[in-house]
Design a protein around this ligand. Structure first.
Ligand code: ADP
Length: 249
């Protein structure tokens, strides 16, 4: 079943040069899709279109056949820089994720505490983000994104602000959360510039050209998980993607 269908998305900022020429791909049920491409090619812009924060100039992103035109609780966003509000406690930051749901304060508290616990943050509910390490902050960011029980999780370079060891642990935690059938998430779309990370996590990789971006290739990754970065098939796949990215267009 197709969850997200990006149909010939094109985009230019007002009177500016074209940023996205054509991004077309699908994200299926249970699929983890990465979008990879050179810096400045419009990856973050595309995610903002998919989140309904800005409108495409051509084509559109469809969530279950309905064009995404405004933010909704079914599609959540995880930011590269965590985007936590420093004046709110961690649990209050997670509770922002419920703003589109009509549930009681008591239910929000209970559910948010459970989410924080599932990300290993029990005991940190009533402390503030500045008391947390980068990895812990991103756990709060992901917990907040999951609060509205979204079907689609959009992640903009979610691990790139973290050191490699922390990023590695968090990647596995995120995969586990997402494969957990109790969770609502059906598709993940992650923007990254890290080829190894994309191959490690994804079922499908959408490779973009430089600005104005178009899809150069869609690679299906069928390796079993957990994936070893030393596996020859892994290394071949990484090489193949680097080659696509570095071939002059
Ligand atoms: P990426 O995520 O692939 O690095 P972005 O989507 O952030 O790329 O940016 C794509 C291009 O659009 C860049 O050239 C950037 O300078 C330009 N851009 C980003 N935001 C704006 C904006 N608000 N107004 C005008 N140009 C922008």
């Amino acid at each position: 079943m197709i969850i997200i269908n990006s149909k010939e998305v094109g985009f230019s900022y007002d009177n500016e040069q074209e940023v996205i020429k054509n991004i077309t791909f699908t994200a299926m049920n249970d699929e983890f899709v990465s979008i990879i491409g050179p810096s400045g090619c419009g990856k973050s812009t595309f995610l903002r279109i998919a989140a309904g924060l800005i409108k495409s100039s051509r084509g559109g992103v469809f969530y279950k056949e309905k064009k995404v035109e405004k933010p909704s609780r079914e599609i959540s966003f995880v930011f590269q820089d965590f985007a936590l509000l420093p004046w709110l406690t961690n649990i209050e930051n997670v509770k922002i994720g419920y703003s589109m749901l009509k549930i009681t304060e008591q239910e929000k508290n209970k559910h948010a505490a459970e989410l924080l616990k599932s990300f290993g943050l029990e005991g940190f509910e009533y402390t503030y983000p500045n008391m947390l390490s980068g990895g812990m902050k991103q756990r709060v960011g992901i917990a907040r994104a999951l609060a509205s029980e979204p079907e689609v999780l959009l992640m903009d370079e979610p691990f790139s602000a973290l050191d490699e060891l922390t990023a590695n642990t968090l990647r596995y935690d995120v995969l586990e959360q997402l494969k957990n059938k109790k969770r609502s998430v059906k598709s993940v779309i992650m923007v990254t510039h890290n080829v190894e990370e994309a191959v490690e996590l994804s079922d499908k990789i959408v490779v973009l050209s430089g600005k104005p971006s178009k899809v150069l290739s869609i690679e299906e990754i069928n390796m079993k998980r957990p994936r070893s970065r030393r596996d020859p098939i892994f290394l071949d796949t990484v090489d193949k993607i680097y080659k696509i990215l570095s071939t002059p267009q």
